[in-house]
Design a protein around this ligand. Structure first.
Ligand SMILES: C[S@@+](CC[C@H](N)C(=O)[O-])C[C@H]1O[C@@H](n2cnc3c(N)ncnc32)[C@H](O)[C@@H]1O
Length: 217
């Protein structure tokens, strides 16, 4: 069997990611929604999703975002961590969300055919994967031409003072598997993508919301 470099890398990374997120689930569930849930809900609301659309969320985690999707769209959430997915599954069951499902999958090697989804979203994931550009290419590959891409994440500030300040926290956050130095422009350069809107919910926010469309080429 031929095993690609990415697959080998994913296999090597999987135990770390799984262990890390298993340990983090309780703290994550308690604190993270206070920081991020509202921002994600607003970003999903701004997509103006319509009934019957097919949505993929990459790195769905415990499913914090799922309540924000309209009940008449079909949502598949993927994540590498079974522990995070377990929480998401419980929520889907408890809420009887018949059009939402989750499955274990590597963001850097999505097991979907090309151009399957109207919308592909991802929140706070691109800075924890081993190859952010590879993940972005995968999101674009499975998105229909003209389809939408929505990303919420921390990216390196264009302001050198802020960038340096945040970089100094990078040594700590890297232990948690999070990079603080991603340059959004570098990630999306030369990709078939048109940035429709790039914004923050407040000037001091560390998180950027990128709303984009897949172009035809
Ligand atoms: C910071 S959490 C964000 C979770 C969720 N999107 C949220 O905003 O609450 C990062 C998530 O990415 C997942 N993850 C990390 N590497 C991944 C990969 N290569 N493929 C799929 N999911 C991955 C982790 O398991 C974790 O659930």
């Amino acid at each position: 069997m031929v095993v690609s470099t990415v697959e080998k890398h994913a296999r090597k990374k999987a135990p770390h990611a799984s262990r890390l997120y298993r340990e983090l689930v309780p703290a994550y569930e308690a604190l993270w929604p206070m920081v991020a849930k509202k921002r994600i809900g607003r970003a999903i609301g701004n997509l103006g999703l319509t009934g019957g659309q097919q949505v993929l969320e990459v790195g769905v985690g415990t499913g914090m975002s799922l309540s924000a999707y309209p009940r008449d769209v079909d949502v598949i959430g993927v994540d590498l961590s079974e522990d995070m997915l377990g929480q998401a599954e419980r929520q889907i069951r408890d809420e009887s969300w018949s059009r939402i499902s989750v499955m274990r999958m590597n963001a850097e090697q999505l097991d979907f055919e090309d151009s399957m989804f109207d919308v592909v979203t991802s929140f706070h994931v691109i800075s924890v994967v081993s190859d952010p550009r590879r993940m972005m290419w995968e999101m674009l590959r499975v998105c229909k031409p003209g389809g939408r891409i929505l990303i919420v994440n921390h990216f390196r500030s264009p302001n050198p003072w802020i960038a340096r300040m945040v970089d100094s926290a990078g040594a700590f956050t890297r232990h948690l598997g999070w990079r603080t130095d991603l340059d959004l422009q570098e990630i999306v350069s030369e990709m078939p993508l048109r940035v429709d809107r790039r914004y923050k919910t407040s000037p001091a926010s560390l998180f950027t919301i990128l709303s984009a469309s897949k172009t035809a080429s």
